[in-house]
Design a protein around this ligand. Structure first.
Ligand SMILES: C[S@@+](CC[C@H](N)C(=O)[O-])C[C@H]1O[C@@H](n2cnc3c(N)ncnc32)[C@H](O)[C@@H]1O
Length: 225
C-alpha cells in the first residue's frame, strides 16, 4: 500500500498559517497598544525606565522601539532615537511622537548598524521586549556591537520569561510573538564576553498590582575599559 505525506505537510502548513496570523494580529499597533494590556491585566513599565536612569543630558537609543511605548515613560532627554524593523509600528511611533514635539524623537524602520552607533553616540540604551525576538547569535552580536561603543553608560532590557511554578505566566509567554522566549537563567549569559556586564537582573509583574505576566529586567554596564 502506498503511504502519503499529505497529513503532516497539511498540519505544518496550517501551523505556519496560524503563526503568520498570530504575528499579523498581535503585531497590529492597535492590538499591541490596547488589547494586549487587557489580556495581561495591565502594563506599567515604569520600573524598566526608572532603571535606565535617563536624565536631560542623555541620548537614548531604543532598539525594537515598536509603537513608541518608551515615549510614555521617558523624562526629558537630550535626544531619543527609536529603531524597529516593523515599518507599521514605526509609523505609529512617529504619530505618537508628533504629539510630544519637545522630545524631538527620531525613528528608523530598519536594523541598527555599527555606523548608526558612531553617528548617534547614545549614552543609554533600551532593549524593551527585544531579546526574546532574537536568536542567541543575534542577541550576542547586538551586545557585542553595543559593548564596543564608548559613549554607552547603561543598557536596560526587559523580556517575556519562562519561570518555574508560574503556569499562567508560562502559557502567556509561550503564546508570545517572540520565537526565543527563554528561561530566566538563559538571559544574562547572552552578554558574556561582549564587553558588557549584567549589574542586576530581576523579575517584575507587567503591572505592579494587577499584572499576570512576568518579565525579566536586566541592567548592563560596560566592563572596565
Ligand atoms: C515586544 S515588541 C516591543 C516594543 C516596544 N519596545 C515596547 O516595549 O512596547 C518587540 C519589537 O522588536 C522589533 N524587532 C524584532 N527584531 C528586531 C530587530 N532585529 N531590530 C529591531 N527591532 C526588532 C519588533 O518589530 C517589535 O516591534
Amino acid at each position: 500500500m502506498r503511504t502519503t505525506n499529505a497529513a503532516p505537510a497539511m498540519a505544518s502548513g496550517v501551523a505556519a498559517l496560524v503563526g503568520r496570523l498570530h504575528q499579523k494580529l498581535f503585531g497590529h499597533p492597535f492590538v499591541y497598544d490596547h488589547i494586549r494590556p487587557l489580556a495581561v491585566g495591565g502594563i506599567d513599565m515604569s520600573p524598566v525606565y526608572a532603571a535606565l536612569e535617563a536624565g536631560p543630558d542623555d541620548r537614548v537609543l531604543d532598539v525594537g522601539c515598536g509603537t513608541g511605548d518608551a515615549l510614555g515613560y521617558l523624562p526629558p532627554v537630550s535626544a531619543y532615537f527609536g529603531f524597529d524593523t516593523d515599518a507599521v509600528a514605526i509609523a505609529r511611533a512617529r504619530q505618537r511622537a508628533a504629539r510630544q514635539p519637545t522630545l524631538n524623537a527620531q525613528f528608523e524602520a530598519r536594523l541598527l548598524g555599527p555606523d548608526d552607533l558612531g553617528r548617534l553616540a547614545p549614552t543609554k540604551v533600551v532593549l524593551a521586549g527585544l531579546l526574546h525576538h532574537l536568536t542567541d547569535t543575534e542577541a550576542r552580536g547586538l551586545f557585542e556591537m553595543l559593548g564596543a561603543v564608548p559613549s554607552i553608560k547603561r543598557i536596560v532590557t526587559q523580556d517575556v520569561v519562562l519561570l518555574p511554578g508560574r503556569p499562567l505566566n508560562n502559557l502567556l509567554a509561550r503564546g508570545d510573538r517572540g520565537r526565543f522566549v527563554r528561561n530566566e537563567p538563559d538571559y544574562p549569559p547572552l552578554a558574556a564576553g561582549t564587553g558588557l556586564r549584567v549589574t542586576r537582573s530581576w523579575v517584575i509583574r507587567c503591572h505592579p498590582y494587577t499584572g499576570i505576566a512576568r518579565y525579566l529586567v536586566m541592567t548592563l554596564e560596560p566592563e572596565a575599559r
